[in-house]
Design a protein around this ligand. Structure first.
Ligand code: PMP
Length: 381
């Protein structure tokens, strides 16, 4: 019998009990002074935590809505944009920008690798791009981009806004707008924040706000900065109904993050990720992302010969662990294990021991304890 399912996909991630409690609170009117105070506090805290000198937005919608908001408020039809893509979610910007009528240039890496920095710099010299988009961690490949290094390059291109999709990185990989020269950062609640899906957060610095001013009235409505800035400044005002309980849940998540510290949180993720990746390799999987660019939020584990993806993941599910399948050309060839947010050692031990049992069932396990043992030895170092 299995009465507990541990969701170990790369988002939504397990939700800590104190965050769940906030989700279950009795509703308040969004104009209730207590909620207004809570909403304002979370907006201000997030702005400070991620080094934003402009505006921070906390709005109902998923990460994709954040991507749309970033493009809508930084570009106009006919502008040139550069998309750096390390997989499926990097590519998402191509359609989004094309639909807006932007001229899109793309630098794509082979899945598992990053686009070389000198290629990015050379491309930026070709045109006066309005913006460049970089997906910090592409969830389809488990590749982490060189966000800080690209930020250094961006100093040479002051007219180009640097947009970072942090949906699968923010609050795990270290990020800071002013330190990394990022102009817009966007993310969602359901991954490293460990909050249920439903909110996106977007940080826009002063440079971006100036660009927005120059655009005048934009065609987009729900994601227009001008509609939301008055609300983010004073949440007593109304534009569209806030997701009250999610805001509380996020506030609790931010309290957890502040207590841990962003850098310590990144270190914790790093330690667990590298240990999990070693454990998976010891079990016969190979990690799609090259070692030099591996994310710390998830692992994309390519099956050894002779494993059927559907059967393997069904076995895990029957034993109480949910992982995600591969995307694109890697569908059926790998599974994706999330290890971000407020997950604990016990969650990863449970996931690895279940992976071992599924391997045993497929006749592919050398000995019980190899994965769990490797992981535990690594995190004890
Ligand atoms: N970007 C990245 C890197 C993602 O992983 C995802 C979702 N997995 C998105 C964007 C889209 O976010 P959402 O599904 O919340 O719209």
């Amino acid at each position: 019998m299995n009465n507990k399912t541990l969701v170990m996909i790369p988002g939504p991630t397990p939700v800590a009990s104190s965050i769940r409690t906030e989700m279950g609170r009795e509703i308040q009117a969004f104009g209730d002074p207590r909620f207004v105070k809570d909403y304002k506090e979370v907006i201000d805290d997030l702005g400070q935590l991620f080094g934003c000198d402009g505006k921070t937005f906390v709005i109902a919608g998923s990460g994709t809505c954040g991507m749309e908001m970033a493009i809508a408020n930084s570009t106009k039809k006919g502008d040139d944009v550069l998309v750096i893509s390390h997989g499926f979610f990097g590519d998402r910007f191509i359609e989004l920008c094309t639909r807006k009528g932007l001229n899109v240039d793309v630098l794509q890496s082979e899945w598992g690798k990053t686009v070389e920095l000198n290629l990015i710099e050379a491309k930026l010299k070709e045109k006066n791009y309005a913006a460049i988009t970089v997906t910090h961690v592409d969830t389809s490949t488990g590749v982490a981009a060189d966000v800080a290094e690209i930020g250094e390059i961006m100093k040479k291109f002051p007219d180009t806004l640097y947009i970072v999709d942090g949906v699968c990185s923010t609050a795990a990989h270290y990020e800071n707008l002013s330190e990394m020269n990022i102009d817009i950062l966007l993310t969602g609640t359901q991954k490293a924040f460990g909050v249920p899906p439903g909110l996106f957060m977007l940080w826009a610095n002063q440079k971006t706000l100036k660009r927005r001013e120059g655009l005048g009235t934009i065609p987009e409505y729900y994601v227009d900065f001008d509609k939301w800035i008055p609300i983010m400044d004073d949440p007593l005002k109304y534009f569209a109904t806030p997701a009250v309980n999610l805001v509380w849940a996020l506030k609790e998540s931010v309290a957890i993050i502040k207590a841990e510290g962003l850098k310590a949180r990144a270190e914790r993720h790093h330690k667990h990720a590298r240990a999990v990746q070693k454990a998976l390799e010891a079990l016969g999987f190979s990690i799609l992302a090259e070692e030099s660019c591996r994310a710390i939020t998830l692992s994309n584990a390519i099956y050894p010969e002779g494993i059927d993806d559907a059967v393997f993941r069904k076995t895990l599910l029957d034993e109480g662990i949910v992982v995600a399948g591969g995307l694109g050309a890697y569908a059926g060839k790998l599974f994706r294990l999330g290890h971000m947010g407020n997950i604990e050692t016990n969650d990863l031990v449970a996931a690895l021991s279940t992976i071992e049992r599924a391997l045993a069932k497929a006749g592919k396990l050398k000995a019980h304890g190899i994965g769990v043992g490797t992981y535990l030895a690594e995190i004890a170092k």
